[in-house]
Each structure stands twice: as C-alpha cells, then as structure tokens.
Ligand binder design. Structure first.
Ligand SMILES: Cc1cc2nc3c(=O)[nH]c(=O)nc-3n(C[C@H](O)[C@H](O)[C@H](O)COP(=O)(O)O)c2cc1C
Length: 388
C-alpha cells in the first residue's frame, strides 16, 4: 500500500493516488472531507484557511460507496486558482513583466534556497509552491482513507496538542481515546487541559502581536492495534521506525517520541520497561505503557502513544535576515501573510500520517485484496494471540 501526492500550493488542484486499499471497503467523500475540515481549523491559523474550504472529489477507485481494489484517486480543487492562472498556468507565457516577476529572496527556515540550488530554479516560486505545507491536505486525504480502513478493523486513531510554546498540558492519562478526542475537538487549540488552553491561546495572541511564531508538541493516540504488527527481522520493517520517518516528513516536524520518549534516557530501566501480564478476557497486556505500545519494532497491543515536535513556522512578520540570489545583497525577509501557530492543525496532519503507516502495516500482515476476508483474518489473529 502506498500513495503519491501532486500539486502546487496555488496550482489548479492537489491530487492523491492511493494504491493497495482492498476492495469492498465502504468509503464516502464525507469521511475524507471531515478530516480536511479538521486540518483547516485551529486557533492561530491565517486568512487562507478562512477563504478556502477543502473538499475532496473521489475520481477513481470507488463505486457506489465501496472501494474497487483499484487505485483510488482523490482531488482537492483550488477555488482560488482563477486568480493564479497567469502565475501558475502550465503553458508558456508572453513576455509580460508582471507575470514573469520572479522570487529571488529565499526565506530562512524554508526549502527556498536549498531547493533552488538543487533544481536550478532561479525563480524560487518553483520551489516554495511545492514545499509549502499546503501539500499536507493531500496527505490528510490519504490518511482519511486509511482511518476508514482501520476503523472498520476496530483501530481508532486520534490526536491532540500536548504543548505550545513551552506551555505543557496535563490530563488524566487513564482517559480513553474517545474521551480525549471529544475534549480536543471542542478546544480551539485541540488540547485536553482547560487551564493550559487559555495560556496557549494567550501565547498565540502574543506571538501574533510580536510578529513572531511558536511551535509545540502534538500527540497521536491509537487504540485497538493488535500485538505483533510490524517486524523485528529487518530494519525497514520496524513499524516504529516507519512511523518516525513519516512524522518527520511532515513540514516543520523535527522529532518523534514513543511513550515516555527522551525521558527514558534519564530513568533506570526498572522505571522504563513495562511488565507483562495475562488475563483470560484481555490476553497479554503490559501493566504500564511507558514504551508507548512498541517493543522490537512491533506493536505490543497496548495503546500507541506517539509525540511529534513542530518547530515555529518560519515565515515571520518580524523579519529575518537573508540574501537576494540575484543581487547577493542582504535583505530582511518580510511577508504578506502567515499563520502564527499551526500546531493544532499539524496534530491533525500527524494523526493522518500515522494512520496511513498503521494501515500499510496491517495490509502487509493480513490478506488485503478483499476487505471482508482481511477483517476475518484480523479477528482470527486477535483470538489466536490472546491465547498464545
Ligand atoms: C499544518 C502546517 C501549516 C504550516 N503553515 C505554515 C505557514 O503558514 N507559514 C510557514 O512559513 N510555514 C508553515 N508551515 C511549515 C513549513 O511548511 C515548513 O517549515 C517548511 O516547508 C520547511 O520545511 P521544514 O521545516 O520541514 O524544514 C506549516 C506546516 C504545517 C504542518
């Protein structure tokens, strides 16, 4: 199971093609749209999110509400494209100075300069249009399909904000995923702690006032993964490593932690590892879940707890120094519009990116052509390992 995305930030549309989803999985536009809408929300987002409402069109691979087993193609149109047709059109353009105006000023913290050097683009728009986090909408669409598959298999994935600008939320760790998601979705910053919520919103307001930006930590929580998904036998089959790679591939994500994460470096082993127990109804379980649901590159059957850290958005109203690639003169990089904090939205992106990796691992492990057969195999496996 794999997917590719295509599309520029101000181009005609974003396209996602997913291959490997089994046939006979019920799938509706609305299930994907719900995810896209969630990505666009969150306190601290800029104007573009208010202008545009992402809606998906399924253009292949689904018929009468069910997947066909063929590649699924998803398209998100850019309603604003009419204003960008001259700048972003695919055909050669006349020698009109206005349209030909190039971007020669790379923004610190973005792909602009490295990407320009690599692909020989002296108009840095050719880089920034694709490196923009707009592409994460296409990734959320792919993840939304993955979430539908997981959901049908009894695997639920959710996300919330742990931390913004050093303000750390605390909450009752015994809460179920459903409880966490209900609270998060009602919070403007998608956090589970009312007191921290207010402080986070104040911090976002303050950053905006100062023309600055702030980052944070988001957490993805997963219930229902059977044990033994992933593998220890080869480096590229370890599920935690695949998840880490996919999380860091999200724009502005700089690190991942599983369970207690880096805190493990500061504790003795007896305070890190989770003791094993067994009960007739539950099968094997861990008495604690400090390792966040992974041992040996495989799931343990405990909830997955995965944190991702997002750096502050690099486009700032408060200018940073850079160098014009045409004149080689220094300049202060200022901008027309930007979010001051996209951490709540980034949590939605991470949730979907993780969901895709989990679905991919399930598809590798269980027969994946015909969904009812897959479900039967997953149910049988759950029963087998409970009594192992
Ligand atoms: C949901 C989301 C929204 C983002 N919005 C912006 C934005 O408005 N302005 C900006 O400069 N960067 C934004 N970013 C981050 C940049 O896309 C990212 O920092 C840049 O592409 C460079 O990649 P890197 O930080 O992974 O090295 C956003 C990231 C995410 C995940």
């Amino acid at each position: 199971m794999r997917y590719l995305t295509a599309g520029e930030s101000h181009g005609k549309q974003l396209t996602t093609i997913i291959e490997g989803i089994p046939s006979h999985l019920p799938l509706l536009n609305d299930q994907i749209n719900e995810s896209l809408l969630r990505r666009q929300g969150g306190y601290g987002r800029g104007r573009r999110m208010q202008i545009e409402k992402d809606l998906v069109e399924i253009t292949a691979g689904v018929r009468h509400g069910y997947t066909l087993g063929s590649p699924i193609s998803l398209v998100i149109n850019n309603d604003d494209f009419k204003h960008w047709r001259n700048i972003m059109g695919e055909n050669p353009i006349p020698d009109d100075e206005e349209v030909r105006r190039t971007i020669s000023r790379p923004r610190p913290g973005h792909a602009d300069l490295n990407g320009g050097m690599k692909y020989g683009h002296r108009d840095l728009r050719n880089v920034l249009e694709r490196s923009s986090a707009r592409e994460t909408a296409a990734r959320v669409a792919a993840g939304a399909v993955a979430k539908v598959l997981l959901n049908e298999l009894g695997i639920k994935v959710g996300a919330y904000v742990r931390e913004i600008a050093g303000i750390v939320s605390s909450f009752d760790e015994s809460m179920t995923l459903e409880e966490r998601v209900d609270i998060a979705e009602a919070s403007p910053v998608r956090t589970l702690d009312k007191k921290a919520e207010k402080e986070m919103m104040d911090a976002i307001d303050q950053a905006k006032k100062e023309g600055d930006s702030i980052g944070g930590v988001v957490e993805v929580y997963v219930e229902g993964m059977p044990p033994g998904v992933g593998s220890y036998v080869q480096y590229d089959r370890k599920l935690d490593s695949r998840i880490a790679g996919s999380v860091v591939s999200i724009n502005a994500f700089k690190g991942v932690e599983f369970g207690i994460g880096f805190e493990a470096a500061r504790r003795n082993g007896s305070k890190v590892h989770d003791e094993i127990a067994w009960e007739e109804s539950r099968g094997y379980y861990r008495k604690t879940n400090r390792l966040g649901g992974f041992e040996g590159g495989m799931t343990t059957g405990m909830p997955l707890v995965i944190k991702g850290v997002m750096k502050p958005i690099p486009t700032l109203y408060k200018p940073l120094q850079s160098v014009d690639i045409d004149t080689k003169e220094p300049f202060a990089a200022s901008i027309e519009r930007s979010d001051s904090c996209a951490v709540p939205a980034a949590g939605v992106v991470m949730e979907h990116v993780v969901a895709f990796e989990l679905a991919r691992a399930m598809m590798e492990q269980f027969p994946g052509d015909y969904f009812p057969r897959m479900k039967q195999a997953v149910d049988a496996y759950r029963e087998e390992v409970r009594r192992f």
